[in-house]
Ligand binder design. Structure first.
Ligand code: AMP
Length: 566
């Protein structure tokens, strides 16, 4: 049996992997470095540390204590960053509330966490009466006025900034077990109610360290000392991919954009020289349009794209403007990052091969084990072709769905976390996410990957944005339906959409069943609370319509070909 630490090192300090230690070095090396909030506030790291202590003082004076949930409803701000540290550092649990969920779901999440204190931005004050009714154990609500002159509501114990100014800056953060829960939040709930996940200090620290480890191993630009960082993944969603923790650990200049406004983001990028961000493809698309409109130079801006697949067409749009784009893959349950793309040795920067690789999910970051399996958990080969469910292990995966035993057992069936994503893995470890299990289109006995098909259709003439969903079909079981946002003034035809699909079929890159026989034109695609295309809504909207042949009617300006598959 191996010797245990305690048997050989009685006196040694048992260094806990807790969030407070992410700050230690940054305060020595980057005390004067800045953290900026919109055009409204800027602080040095030294001031940031002081503000963390003050926030902890305020919270503990209001009854905040170890184990208590403290919930935040705010846009991306320096205040959120302060809560990312102060709340877990005092041993409490930070709940980042997805403010884009419908109010009934927000209440559902708050009822389940039962917070003692809530910090709430004035834009969400209309929710307060409902929240107070739903959460009887609530001790205090802190109002975030964010520069408005409105009077302080009478239900608030105080205003965030005023409370912080008046607070004791001498709060002392104790050491405690690294396995203490630090954060909780709810998945966006595209089906049914949102599911709660939770992460410990140790998990968040290891996730941050592994991301740094990956940075040295990508063969493209990593994340480091000369970067100016601006998160463009909401801070309420999976710790903004854990990157603010990395940025603090590295002592980087940081810019927080508040509620997303593409023009303001472009302005902040220029003013502060932002070099590193991350977000979903939708945000990249918005930024490209805003930059074209405002004449913003995007060159040299490194952006990690994840949350859904980046189409090669959008990748090229970004690259044409000088952006450096790579992809990452993960999910709420995985804290989130599992993989990031990595250039193969010998692949030339800017080549088509590189583009093909960089729009895939990438390779596992350090400490992540990933494999694809069949229904019986048998491992399938990493040959780049075989597809199976991706299952993973890493030290930072949620241990459970909070309060949901059956859901947790299914998530962890066989001791591996089930991603519910269909993937293939090649001999270099590159993972391609083919589809969500529930989005795969089953047509004529063949499986059509909606992500692959979308990537192909996005290249068709006149297409600005596309989603492909399954619609029921009497003969084929299901058929793919492309829901298309056309480019400005463009005319979209079935022949134009099918042109790149036919090329892909000729190269055996996709099954011949993927050829489209129908599409609809829309002004915009519905998006989820975290900015992904809401396929559930599209299925609900067009699935029924398809069966009564409404697709192709003038309301949706589509076309329908006579024979589905030639
Ligand atoms: P969420 O928990 O809301 O963040 O959603 C996680 C899901 O988003 C994953 O299970 C995937 O289906 C999808 N996803 C995340 N990253 C990617 C990616 N790079 N490519 C394709 N799908 C992705």
């Amino acid at each position: 049996m191996p010797l245990r630490f305690a048997e050989v090192a009685d006196e040694a300090y048992r260094y806990p992997l807790t969030i407070k230690h992410l700050l230690d070095r940054a305060l020595i090396t980057s005390g004067d470095q800045e953290i900026i909030y919109r055009d409204q506030a800027r602080f040095t790291y030294r001031e940031f540390a002081d503000r963390i202590r003050r926030l902890a003082s305020v919270l503990s004076s209001l009854g905040g204590e170890e184990g208590m949930t403290i919930s935040v409803l705010d846009w991306d701000s320096h205040r959120y960053l302060e809560a990312y540290f102060a709340v877990p550092m005092m041993g409490a649990v930070l709940q980042s509330v997805n403010v884009r969920l419908p109010i009934e779901q927000i209440l559902y999440t708050l009822v389940h966490t039962s917070p003692g204190v809530i910090l709430i931005h004035h834009e969400f004050f209309p929710f307060v009466e409902d929240i107070r009714r739903a959460v009887p154990g609530l001790k205090a609500i802190i109002a975030i006025m964010d520069g408005t002159d409105d009077p302080l509501p009478d239900w608030a114990v105080g205003e965030y900034e005023a409370l912080s100014q008046a607070a004791d800056p001498a709060f002392e953060f104790k050491d405690f077990d690294e396995n203490a829960i630090a954060t909780t939040f709810f998945t966006s709930g595209t089906t049914g109610n949102p599911k709660g996940v939770c992460f410990s200090h140790r998990q968040l620290v290891l996730h941050a360290l592994a991301l740094c480890g990956h940075s040295g191993d990508t063969r493209h630009r990593g994340f480091g000392i000369d970067d100016v960082y601006m998160p463009l993944t909401p801070m309420f969603h999976v710790h903004a991919w854990g990157m603010p923790y990395v940025a603090i650990m590295l002592g980087l200049k940081q810019v927080y954009p508040g509620r997303y406004d593409a023009d303001l983001i472009c302005k902040l990028r220029t003013e502060h020289g932002v070099t590193y961000s991350h977000g979903v493809p939708t945000i990249l698309q918005l930024l490209i349009s805003a930059a074209d409109r405002t004449g913003t130079d995007l060159s040299g801006w490194m952006m990690v794209i994840g949350g859904s697949a980046l189409t090669p067409a959008l990748f090229e749009e970004g690259r044409r403007r000088g952006m450096e784009l790579v992809c990452a893959y993960g999910m709420s349950e995985s804290g989130p990052i599992l993989t990031i793309t990595r250039r193969l040795p010998g692949t030339e920067a800017g080549s088509a091969d590189e583009g093909h690789l960089l729009t895939r999910a990438g390779v596992p970051i350090p400490l992540v084990s990933a494999r694809i399996v069949d229904e019986n958990m048998n491992t399938l080969p990493n040959d780049g072709r075989t597809r199976g469910e991706l299952v993973v292990r890493a030290p930072w995966l949620t241990p459970c769905y909070v309060g949901d035993e059956a859901g947790s057992a299914a998530l962890w069936r066989g001791g591996w976390l089930h991603t519910q994503d269909v993937a293939s893995i090649d001999a270099h470890g590159n993972i391609t996410i083919c589809d969500r299990l529930k989005d795969v289109i089953k047509s004529g006995g063949e499986w059509i990957d909606s992500i692959l098909l979308e990537g192909i259709v996005a290249n068709a003439q006149g297409v600005a944005e596309v989603a492909v969903v399954a619609v029921p079909d009497d003969h084929w079981g299901e058929r793919p339906l492309a829901v298309i946002v056309p480019a400005f003034m463009a005319e979209v035809t079935l022949a134009a959409i099918n042109a790149p699909i036919e090329q892909a079929i000729a190269k055996s890159a996709i099954t011949r069943y993927a050829k489209l026989d129908r599409f609809v034109i829309v002004d915009a695609l519905p998006k989820t609370s975290v900015g992904k295309i809401d396929k559930k809504r599209l299925r609900a909207q067009y699935g029924a319509a398809a069966s009564d042949s409404a697709i192709g009617a003038s309301s949706v300006q589509g076309e329908r070909a006579s024979s589905p598959v030639s």
